[in-house]
Design a protein. Structure first.
Length: 193
């Protein structure tokens, strides 16, 4: 490693997204406690999965209250990763079996619980990124670069690394059966959050 080694930030993009949203709160463009902007039917009129009928069709109901930025930032909005939530996985399998016309009437992302009722890690910060884009009028990568990375001198931070940066990229390693680590090429040159 050297002082200029390039690392993939992966889920650390969540930190940059949160900073961007909180900057907008400081500027009075967003509120932590007010309902989030109506950027999508999922946030404008959130639906909570309330179980399944005897035929296995999802039963939804309106959320008890709107989703706030605070809910999303603290993973208490009701969004989950279907990979880690059996009810969410069951929902997506159930809607896949429905005719297209019926499926299109259901939310692509229902809440698994009412906003503020509990915590569960999920795709919340993805929604924050969409909110930042809607409110700022800038795509997240451009917004981060202009308002976070450049002012902090983070010149090597971004969503896609340049060919010049590839040579400085840290290798990934995989544990071998004998316990040693073997360097592996990184392959895809885009950085995702």
């Amino acid at each position: 490693m050297t002082r200029d080694t390039i690392f993939r930030v992966a889920s650390m993009v969540k930190l940059f997204t949160t900073v961007a949203a909180l900057r907008l709160v400081e500027q009075g463009k967003l509120s932590l406690e007010a309902p989030v902007p109506d950027i999508d039917p999922v946030t404008a009129a959130p639906q909570v999965l309330d179980g399944f009928d005897p035929a296995g069709k999802p039963v939804l109901r309106p959320a008890k209250r709107p989703i706030s930025l605070h809910d999303i930032l603290t993973h208490t909005a009701g969004f989950v990763y279907r990979l880690w939530d059996s009810e969410a996985l069951k929902y997506y399998k159930a809607i896949d079996k429905l005719p297209t016309a019926e499926r299109s009437k259901l939310p692509h992302t229902p809440l698994m619980f009412d906003p503020g009722e509990r915590w569960q890690y999920g795709g919340n910060i993805d929604w924050v990124g969409r909110i930042v884009q809607a409110v700022s009028g800038e795509p997240p990568d451009a917004h981060f670069r202009k308002h976070i990375f450049e002012p902090l001198g983070m010149n090597d931070t971004g969503f896609v690394i340049s060919p010049a940066q590839w040579a400085r990229e840290a290798s990934g390693h995989r544990r071998q059966s004998d316990g040693s680590l073997k360097a592996e090429p990184m392959g895809n040159r885009s950085v995702e959050g």
